[in-house]
Design a protein around this ligand. Structure first.
Ligand SMILES: Cc1cc2nc3c(=O)[nH]c(=O)nc-3n(C[C@H](O)[C@H](O)[C@H](O)COP(=O)(O)OP(=O)(O)OC[C@H]3O[C@@H](n4cnc5c(N)ncnc54)[C@H](O)[C@@H]3O)c2cc1C
Length: 501
């Protein structure tokens, strides 16, 4: 595994150690012994999130068990001017929960109670450390579930989901986290408690609940979330359609939506992916197809029958070379098994893979896939494409060998070029994994100075001292200026006469 050391001045070890002692002494009286970690062997599991290429050790890690402790911790750090990085389950893929060397990691993992479930209003109030899937498990006996379903749902926390505005296969029909959360309670950096949203469908004042969604731990520490629950559909069936040409597959996605159909899931895999996954899931994928589309329908048996018929017609008209429809639940799960196992399959093809996350208008899916093919040749690296086609949310998985620094840099440049292509095609540099530290430079490409200043304005209104998860998601002016100077365009560095350090 490779480690990217973030560019920081050489650390003053004595000063850091003195600061650590001061912080630990201040936090000790308010936390039980097991809830405060500072020895390297205890804090090392927190040095990164799911983006393991980027790592940093924190001063300490606090694991509070109550909101009152969260408040006290924040007040102490506020008074000591120490940055705080909130953390859920650490499954984030953009480095959002990566520590700050002279900061505290505030883990919310121990706040994991489901506080109430109300089948009448179809809502549940949960603490931030509750796992996404645990909510559905807790309400399953009522015929209900929590709809947003990131593939990491077995592990990721609802606090993390709120802060990344996470999505999943079923979000095309049921909405992202944003559409499934009614209320959020949290604590500001100065220890003040805030609540946004309400149990009613709307709430007075500015829509600050929406601002909290995807705020990447930079505005407030979330301590309670009220989620919507939806009724479990009676039936679900999936169509597996093959295409001999990527372009036809991409156009079929746009055609389904244009026909006024919102499938319960609309996912695409390219040939390289189906070949990689078929080897161990044996789902019966068409290995000669350039692309495979999985289109799910759910609802009452009558609704499903009607929607499957309509989707089949659209897919045939779009030039599908083969169509199979799941005949029972086990076959439906078999068709999905490859999609669900695509990431582990990538892990079998190369020592490392780099999962990108950009979004484009659906009509440009084929264009981007073709450009990625060209980039594979340019960078000499393979790439699997498996993605939420209905949302235009692409997840190219770049294959590389992390023990080779040069290869990792090539993979990074490959990834940056994909994101910049997303922007060029009218899309965005992130779909559901956030900006974190990974895509902070690409923010300079996506947004102009004025827009970035506005983002800083929002950040400053919540956290004037910039202590909550600083150096993530919003680039500074000087960072963008530096990135602009260093950015390679058309294979040429700007100002090649300048000496580079
Ligand atoms: C195999 C795999 C598959 C994945 N699939 C998907 C997918 O399908 N869809 C998707 O959207 N994502 C996916 N992800 C990414 C990740 O799981 C999500 O971003 C998830 O929401 C992160 O939750 P977490 O609890 O792990 O948060 P963390 O990684 O711990 O933190 C994420 C961000 O939220 C902040 N944060 C966490 N908790 C709080 C809190 N209580 N208060 C304030 N800030 C907080 C952190 O500071 C950080 O910025 C996947 C990840 C993996 C490893």
């Amino acid at each position: 595994m490779i480690v990217m050391n973030m560019v920081t001045p050489p650390p003053d070890i004595a000063a850091i150690s003195a600061l650590q002692s001061k912080l630990v002494s201040a936090l000790r009286p308010i936390l039980p012994e097991h809830a405060l970690l500072w020895e390297p062997e205890d804090t090392i599991p927190y040095e990164c999130d799911g983006l393991a290429a980027y790592r940093r050790m924190p001063l300490a890690v606090a694991l509070p068990e109550t909101e009152a402790q969260v408040t006290q911790i924040l007040k102490i750090c506020f008074d000591m001017n120490i940055p705080v990085v909130p953390r859920g389950s650490g499954t984030g893929l953009s480095g959002g929960a990566m520590p700050i060397s002279q900061g505290l990691v505030l883990s919310l993992a121990k706040l994991k109670k489901i506080l109430s479930i109300d089948p009448f209003t179809r809502t549940a109030v949960v603490q931030p450390g509750v796992r996404n899937l645990a909510i559905s498990e807790a309400v399953g006996h009522l015929g209900l579930y929590y709809a947003p379903d990131p593939s990491s749902q077995i592990a990721c926390s609802i606090g993390g989901n709120v802060n990344e505005n996470s999505g999943g296969v079923h979000c095309l029909k049921y909405g992202l986290t944003l559409h499934n959360v009614l209320r959020v309670r949290g604590v500001l950096m100065n220890g003040e408690i805030v609540e946004f949203g309400s149990l009613a469908p709307d709430s007075p004042g500015l829509d600050l609940l929406a601002i909290m969604m995807g705020s990447e731990g930079m505005l407030a520490v979330v301590t309670e979330v009220t989620v919507k629950l939806v009724a479990k559909p009676k039936l679900a069936r999936v169509i597996m359609a093959s295409f001999d040409d990527i372009e036809k597959g991409g156009n079929a996605v746009a055609a389904i939506i244009a026909a006024g159909i919102i499938p319960a899931g609309l996912e695409m895999m390219d040939k390289a992916t189906t070949r990689a996954v078929e080897e161990f899931v044996h789902a019966g994928y068409d290995l000669d197809a350039a692309a495979i589309l999985l289109c799910e329908s759910d609802g009452t048996p009558e609704e499903v029958a009607e929607e499957i018929e309509r989707m089949t017609k659209v897919l045939e008209e779009a030039g599908a070379s083969g169509i199979q429809i799941s005949q029972n639940e086990s076959e439906r799960l078999k068709f999905w098994s490859g999609r669900k196992n695509a990431f582990p399959a990538a892990g079998r093809l190369a020592p490392d893979y780099y999962c990108m996350d950009g979004t484009i208008p659906r009509r440009h899916i084929a264009t981007l896939l073709k450009r990625i093919q060209g980039m594979e040749t340019k960078y000499g690296l393979g790439c699997l494409n498996v993605f939420h086609a209905g949302d235009g949310n692409m997840h190219p998985l770049i294959l590389f060998n992390g023990s080779d620094q040069e290869e990792w840099h090539r993979a990074e440049e490959f990834g940056t070029e994909i994101l910049e292509a997303c922007v060029e095609l009218g899309g965005t540099i992130t779909g559901e994994h956030g900006v974190g530290i990974e895509k902070i430079n690409s923010m300079c490409v996506q947004f102009g100075e004025g827009e970035r200043e506005s983002f800083w304005g929002v950040k400053s209104a919540f956290d004037p001292g910039h202590l909550l998860n600083p150096d993530k998601a919003i680039p500074t002016l000087s960072r963008c200026a530096e990135y602009g100077r260093m950015r390679i365009s058309g294979g040429k560095l700007p100002h090649p006469e300048l000496e580079r350090f």
